[in-house]
Design a binder for this molecule. Structure first.
Ligand code: UD1
Length: 420
């Protein structure tokens, strides 16, 4: 088991380069199942979720070569209808295998999705979409089985804005007969990235990034060379970490357009964010932090995945901050851990009230999930004394070399292997 040992108090200084987006990557990689021939996806993050997907696809029969940030992949001989007892259950986004296999082969058998435990994580909208396209869906013994004689385009309205369902329906519909429209579609940057890659492969998708996505089915798709967009959440995490330590950090290789809500909230909290160009911001903090209210919302609102890092930052902001989590019902588990470090957070239903304290202190804490884990790392960087964060496997799912990147910014952090 690995743990991160952090001696707090160092101000982060210097430059950090942001990787490709995890949430794009976990959809782009399975999407290649739809393509004939070779593809190369670049700017992929080297994290456990992408490595696992690479191994799942090669276990299924794809040729996969994943080096540095590039994955060369050919899925022409992939197994589809068999009972794939894959490792796929380990990551939530394994469900994209279902949409892609259904879209290409009209059948799929995959284990039900895993991932962070953020409360109930239903996939009813994915299933509704597949059924409306003409698939028969069966769930038994932890497996999701899909089969269709043919897939026919239709109108699909999502009654909850869902990133996963929007992407999965695009994957299933891209080669369906006729036209599919997804209404009340999610607008997250990675949805646009996936749609763009599909279009590069010969698809006919429009409206990505708006509420209504239109997909005119095509007969086949070919291999592509695609570059993954920068990770909005990793960008926000380093912005918040820089602010939390009162540091001065240049954050490079970002997409500024995706960061509007985060920049706004950081500025409200008295953090200085200077835009150097469309791909670079500099974050400094010279004044004391002010308490603010934050509500998570689907894009372009404040991203739920930055709710916990923001919560860590606000522990030492003056006055009382309020965070309302409107996407996931169970995303405040990290607050119990923060309270062990001296923060004063009370959670009622979907709202956390954070009474600002003058300092927090090091403690032994456990990452409850990916983003909650990184919140604890940020708290460790701010705290007086030493913080030990266990459950690091959660953090490794989504952050490439977090220890190395923080060290290069001057943090006193080390990764330790310990017995269970
Ligand atoms: C994706 C992101 C995750 C982020 C989330 C919200 C990936 C791999 N993960 O997760 O990091 O926190 O978007 O921005 O991209 N819902 C239903 N029925 C469904 C599907 C979802 O009711 O069939 C509900 C969920 O319970 C949740 C909300 O819709 O309350 C949003 O979920 P969704 O956007 O689907 O999240 P994911 O795609 O799982």
């Amino acid at each position: 088991m690995e743990q991160l040992v952090i001696k707090g108090g160092n101000k982060l200084k210097g430059e950090v380069r942001i990787c490709g987006a995890k949430n794009s990557a976990v959809a782009l990689i399975p999407a290649t199942i739809l393509f004939d021939g070779d593809s190369t996806i670049s700017n992929l993050p080297q994290i456990s979720d992408t490595k696992l997907l690479a191994s799942i696809l090669s276990e299924m029969g794809a040729k996969v070569d994943f080096k540095d940030d590039k994955m060369r992949i050919n899925t022409d001989n992939i197994a589809h209808g068999t009972e794939n007892e894959l490792k796929a259950g380990k990551i939530r986004a394994s469900y994209y295998l279902a949409g892609a296999l259904l879209g290409k082969y009209k059948e799929a058998v995959i284990p039900l999705p895993g991932g962070c435990n953020l409360g109930t994580r239903p996939i009813d909208l994915h299933i509704k979409g597949f059924e409306k396209l003409g698939a028969q869906v069966e769930i038994s013994h932890g497996m999701l089985k899909l089969k269709a004689k043919k897939l026919v385009g239709t109108k699909i309205y999502l009654d909850v804005v869902s990133v996963g369902a929007t992407i999965n329906i695009m994957l299933a519909a891209v080669m369906a007969e006729g036209t599919t429209t997804i209404e009340n579609a999610a607008k997250e940057p990675h949805i646009v990235d996936v749609a763009n890659m599909l279009n590069e492969a010969g698809a006919n998708i429009s409206g990505q990034g708006t509420d209504i996505i239109t997909i005119h089915g095509v007969k086949s798709l070919h291999g592509v060379k695609h570059k993954t967009i920068p990770d909005q959440i990793e960008t926000g995490t380093y912005m918040i970490a820089a602010a939390a330590t009162g540091g001065d950090v240049k954050i490079k290789n970002i997409c500024l357009e995706h960061m509007a809500s985060v920049i706004e909230k950081l500025r409200d909290a008295n953090v200085q964010v200077d835009v150097l160009d469309e791909e670079t911001v500099r974050v400094t903090r010279k004044k004391p932090l002010l308490g603010i209210s934050v509500k998570t919302l689907p894009h372009p609102g404040f991203p739920t995945d930055l709710q916990s890092p923001m919560g860590a930052l606000l522990t030492v902001a003056s006055g009382t901050s309020m965070i309302t989590e409107s996407i996931w019902e169970n995303r405040f588990k990290y607050t119990d851990e923060l309270n062990k470090m001296g923060s004063e957070i009370t959670v009622t239903d979907r709202t956390a009230q954070i009474k600002g304290v003058t300092k927090i202190t090091g403690a032994r804490v456990k990452a409850p999930d990916l983003r909650g884990g990184v919140a604890l790392v940020i708290a460790g960087l701010m705290a007086q004394g030493t913080t030990i964060v266990s459950g690091v496997e959660h953090v490794n799912r989504g952050y490439e070399d977090i220890e190395g990147k923080l060290k290069s910014l001057g943090a006193d952090i080390r990764l330790e292997e310990v017995d269970e």
